[in-house]
Design a protein around this ligand. Structure first.
Ligand code: ZN
Length: 113
């Protein structure tokens, strides 16, 4: 369950930011998560609920925006979405691609009061 570590980071960042903003309660946190990370939003919410207990972030709702995986062909620079585990370029059939999107995980914004 690698979600635990990232959720700890999220809670730390949220509490630091909320402290800076002198907030009394965190309402919602908007998180961008890449499809390739394999993170399960429900799992992050579950850990968040236990890690944020007795803090001002307790009860906050996590809103996830999932970014689909995008690959860029190293031969012709075409951006494409991989079909399952097949990473060949739909344009030139090249087998060499790099990930251009889908590995990100960050807090985009949050609502506090
Ligand atoms: Zn290509």
């Amino acid at each position: 369950m690698h979600e635990f570590g990232v959720t700890e980071n999220i809670v730390n960042i949220v509490l630091a930011k909320a402290g800076e903003a002198q907030a009394s309660k965190v309402i919602q946190i908007n998180i961008v998560v890449g499809e390739m990370t394999g993170f399960v939003p429900d799992c992050i919410q579950f850990y968040f609920d236990s890690l944020s207990k007795d803090t001002i972030a307790q009860g906050a709702v996590l809103h996830f925006e999932v970014v689909p995986t995008h690959l860029r062909c190293r031969d012709c620079s075409t951006i494409f979405h991989p079909q399952d585990t097949l990473w060949s370029c739909p344009k030139c059939q090249g087998q060499s691609a790099e990930v251009s999107k889908g590995r990100e995980l960050y807090i985009e914004s949050m609502e506090v009061e």
